[in-house]
Design a protein around this ligand. Structure first.
Ligand SMILES: Cc1ncc(COP(=O)(O)O)c(C=O)c1O
Length: 453
């Protein structure tokens, strides 16, 4: 602390800080920003060169510095440092959305002729990306059930470049056994990419458990306010790219865009994440805006508090749904009956309780729609991780492009309802569910009654 104010101007990330502290302070030195206590928004497209050689050095990647906000910006940089510190990574690159982060994480290492293994239980948008976009680039994907690691191993081929999983799947809430999947990936020298969106950095330490690369949709728990899109790729720095030069040629062969630099030789453990920025981000142009970075960083400040409250609320709502006569089944890893309860108990923090709950009703499709239509407090929309509680019917919305067989494999029945629990009072949320149930299962009016009205 300095003598004349209360802000931390002395350093950046302290290695012993806990998640709560990292979320507020990591990556920021107020002395470098006119002693501004709050994160400044650098609303600029470009940055000045000292002279011609400075510009050339920056473009040659010979000097560190900002060139143009599409590839880097000080506001984004602080958010990136904070997220990398929170997840225990060596570096991070933010993106305009979670989907563009997923695209970049994959396209940095997978090329035409390559093969990907992805779990079946993933977000519908990611599923579509594997099914529609990657084949057009000559990349094929095969899916395995998240709990069938023998099948995962049997599907590995010589051209398999990466395994993609969600630590907690959206919406089926399957919990991946990251250490076991990581062991298989390591045995075959394959990168493990984990989408940690639903767990959030405070729900699961995915890198500690064995993930090589993480992606997040920042739109969800990290932003937390349902008002800003964003994504991030975080590199653990642990994958030994140099050991597999033929498998990952984008990092081991001279880069035409950067005067023959070999990323592995030049950037060592940072090779992958520098390539994400200087190739995928530079070319896709899917940069996060500085104002969005500010809003997401503001959300991040309260992530731990919000996640704790969300977990507590989720447990109460799971308990309510699980004992309701009209509910056929509830998917939530806190339940003994959940197939991944033991894994969740071992690896999930905050009582093993993520904020996503999905459930099926003993009801006709008409009654399911009536239940959904009568929700007042739960917002009817497609998003997760908002402070406000949300409800969606995935088969009709987020996973609409999947055919019947794919829906079944992803654990999504036509009447599955997904709730994203927020930070309201749990009793108010339960009251809202109660009145929606009452409307959905109301006795049909008798004919004589119908006549009178
Ligand atoms: C698990 C998961 N990953 C990625 C995404 C994509 O994120 P975005 O909407 O920010 O592109 C989503 C969106 O719902 C998601 O749920």
């Amino acid at each position: 602390m300095t003598q004349n104010n209360q802000i931390n101007v002395e350093g950046t990330t302290q290695s012993n800080w806990r998640a709560e502290t990292i979320s507020l302070h990591a990556g920021y030195d107020a002395n470098e920003h006119n002693r501004s206590a709050a994160l400044p928004i650098y609303q600029t497209a470009s940055y000045l060169f000292d002279d011609a050689s400075h510009g050339a050095d920056l473009f040659n990647l010979a000097k560190e510095g900002y060139i143009y906000t599409r590839t880097g910006n000080p506001t984004l940089d602080i958010l990136e440092k904070r997220l990398a510190a929170l997840e225990g990574g060596v570096g991070a690159v933010t993106f305009a959305t979670g989907m563009s982060a997923i695209d970049a994480a994959i396209s940095t290492i997978a090329q035409s002729g390559d093969h990907i293994l992805a779990s079946k239980e993933i977000y519908g948008g990611t599923h579509n990306f594997f099914k529609e976009v990657l084949p057009a680039r000559g990349i094929t994907t095969e899916h395995f059930p998240i709990d069938d690691l023998a099948q995962l191993e049997s599907l590995i081929k010589s051209n398999t470049k990466l395994i993609f999983i969600e630590s907690i799947s959206n919406p089926s809430t399957r919990v991946a056994d990251i250490p076991k999947i990581s062991r298989i990936a390591k045995q075959y020298g394959i990168v493990l990419i984990v989408d940690n969106t639903v767990a959030s950095p405070v729900g699961i330490n995915a890198i500690e458990l064995g993930a090589d690369i993480l992606v997040h949709s920042l739109t969800k728990y990290i932003g937390g306010h349902g008002n800003t899109l964003g994504g991030v790729v975080i590199d653990s720095g642990r994958f030994n790219w140099q050991a597999y030069p033929e498998k990952y040629p984008t990092l081991s062969t001279p880069s035409q865009a950067y005067h023959g630099i070999v990323f592995n030789d030049y950037f060592k453990e940072l090779a992958y994440i520098v390539k994400v920025r200087t190739s995928a981000l530079r070319s896709s142009g899917a940069a996060l805006s500085p104002h969005s970075a500010f809003l997401l960083a503001q959300g991040l400040e309260t992530l731990s508090l919000r996640y704790e409250r969300i977990s507590d609320n989720a447990l109460k709502i799971v308990n309510f749904l699980n004992t309701h006569e009209k509910v056929k089944s509830v998917n939530h890893p806190s339940l003994n009956a959940h197939p991944d309860h033991a894994i969740a108990t071992q690896y999930l923090k905050y009582k093993g309780a993520p904020g996503i709950i999905s459930f099926e009703l003993n009801a006709s499709s008409h009654q399911i729609s009536a239940f959904y239509n009568h929700l007042n407090l739960f917002l009817r929309l497609v998003n997760i991780g908002d402070n406000k509680s949300l409800a969606a019917i995935p088969a009709q919305t987020t996973h609409r492009q999947l055919n019947e067989a794919e829906l079944k494999l992803a654990g999504i029945s036509p009447g599955l309802v997904r709730l994203s629990i927020g930070i309201e009072h749990a009793d108010d949320l339960i009251d809202d569910l109660k009145q929606a149930f009452a409307h959905a299962f109301i006795e049909a009016p008798s004919k004589s009654f119908a006549k009178v009205v």
